[in-house]
Design a protein around this ligand. Structure first.
Ligand code: AHR
Length: 496
């Protein structure tokens, strides 16, 4: 089969905000405990922070991490997580049915972020708490000194403010499963009031309001419009969350889930611009896709979990090769909306629905690690307008292209990268791209992830079962690129 890519060097979709390669660490399962923090483990440093995990996070180049939840945050008391560890309370954690010891808290996380080279996107509790606590935690984190909470921070060992620039106003407040779930009007009001005072305390911060937990929510659309009507002038971003699963073991449908994600983004952009028009505002609300991934493998197992224990194995999806293909397509989808999606978090980062897994004896890369790492490493710069002419197939999400692709130009490093997924389970595709505008470029490398077995996984014993390889057959002659995109493959074609 054949596909043709058309790209224009001068027509840009938008700059890639590096924060679209963000991720997420929630106090959930073994994300924090045993994932990033495990005192006494042979890979932990003198502060208990696992260096093997940090090394893999640095390989990806994760620019920002959302913390501390998730559903967890909606009953979280941030004060529990600061001060002398021996005085911190052990609490019932109703969202996930476990015990939280608070041994690892705000200061430990900020210290970890520094070591991992990431920035922080901090979520506040707008479920069981409200404006007062939102105000206090911003003061604690971002005010220099001589006030109650800033001095408390200094007393707890951090002389300099944490200076957190990005704040989530709660989590999934549209979901009945959320502690302190609200109607759109109730949430819009409290989020606006909280965000307003938070910005009075530190005008340099940006805030993300909760959008819908997924596009299938009964309140989808109206939720976004109502929330934005309440707080348009306060909010900077509106969030989107979505997870996909291959529950019916129908791989073509599963791989077409990126079509659904694309529709979701376009729909939320429309609602944002509708409210902009109604408000006659010049301000544009951008999107924060702050939870996205595949999540379904661990669902059944998690139903059997014993309650009220500390950091059990929870949401430990073992990702297979087809999951990596979809994650690649979802990254392409985010990039194709670079004009409006400014933040995105692969949910999550370690052990819990994560690209990185750990045990007491090591850390390894799940299949989805690779597309995430490639996009973060090579997908920075500017997304160019491109169109791929490709056959399509019928899926439960509508017409789905066999070839998904996007082109990113990195002016600073003088490179152009084509990311492409071939979703055809039987046929290789011959890809031709008219690159006459890039005639002075050469093919630097073509990295490929493919496997005969769609269900192949990486494990601690066999960590390289699904791993990228180099492909040498891609040519760029007289401005025409020719390549083969094998059936079921993720491809990164780099030109310089
Ligand atoms: O990432 C796992 C959970 O998924 C988060 O806690 C919640 O926000 C979402 O429903």
């Amino acid at each position: 089969k054949k596909a043709t890519l058309y790209v224009d060097r001068n027509i840009e979709v938008g700059e890639v905000d590096k924060r679209i390669y963000g991720s997420f660490i929630e106090h959930l399962g073994r994300a924090v405990y045993e994932g990033i923090y495990q005192p006494g483990n042979k890979f932990a440093d003198n502060e208990g922070l696992r260096q093997d995990t940090i090394k893999l996070i640095k390989e990806i180049g994760v620019p920002i991490v959302r913390y501390p939840g998730g559903n967890f945050v909606s009953d979280f008391h941030w004060e529990d997580s600061v001060g002398p560890v021996e005085k911190r309370p052990h609490r019932i954690e109703p969202a996930w049915g476990v015990i939280e010891t608070n041994e690892f808290g705000l200061h430990e996380f900020m210290n970890w972020s520094k070591k991992a080279g990431t920035e922080t996107m901090y979520a506040i509790n707008l479920g069981t708490r409200g404006i007062e606590d939102a105000k206090n935690v911003v003061e604690y984190c971002n005010i220099k000194k001589n006030t109650l909470y800033s001095d408390m921070r200094r007393k707890n060992g951090a002389e300099d403010p944490f200076d957190i620039k990005l704040w989530c106003l709660g989590n999934e407040m549209d979901g009945p499963w959320q502690m302190g779930h609200k109607t759109a009007t109730e949430y819009g009001r409290i989020a606006n009031e909280a965000g307003k005072i938070m910005k009075w305390i530190d005008p340099s911060i940006e805030v993300v309001a909760c959008g819908s937990s997924n596009m299938g929510m009964p309140t989808f659309g109206k939720w976004e419009a109502t929330v934005l009507e309440e707080g348009y002038d306060t909010f900077d971003y509106l969030s989107l969350h979505t997870y996909y699963g291959n529950h019916e073991n129908n791989t073509p449908d599963f791989l077409a889930s990126s079509v659904d994600m694309d529709k979701f983004i376009s729909a939320v952009v429309s609602v944002c611009d509708y409210v902009k028009a109604v408000k006659k505002s010049n301000k544009q609300i951008n999107l924060s896709f702050d939870e996205w991934n595949v999540w379904y493998h661990s669902n059944e197992q998690d139903k059997k979990l014993e309650k009220w224990i500390e950091h059990p194995h929870q949401l430990e999806d073992i990702y297979n090769f087809e999951d990596a293909l979809l994650v690649g397509s979802m990254l392409i989808t985010l990039l194709r909306h670079a004009d409006r999606v400014k933040i995105a978090c692969l949910a999550q980062l370690v052990n819990v629905i994560a690209p990185i897994m750990t045990s007491d004896t090591g850390a390894w890369k799940q299949t989805i690690f690779y597309p995430y790492m490639h996009a973060s490493q090579f997908g920075r710069g500017t997304v160019l307008t491109s169109v791929v002419k490709t056959p399509t197939y019928e899926s439960k999400h509508g017409d789905a292209p066999y070839i998904d692709s996007v082109v990113v130009k990195d002016e600073e490093n003088g490179t152009v990268t084509i990311f492409a997924v071939n979703k055809d389970l039987e046929n290789d595709f011959e890809l031709t791209a008219d690159l006459r505008q890039f005639a002075d470029y050469k093919v630097k490398e073509h990295i490929m992830l493919t496997h005969d077995d769609l269900k192949a996984v990486n494990t601690e014993e066999n960590p390289d079962n699904v791993a990228p390889v180099a492909y040498n057959g891609t040519k760029l002659d007289n401005g025409v690129l020719t390549s083969i995109l094998p059936s079921r493959s993720w491809n990164v074609i780099r030109l310089e």
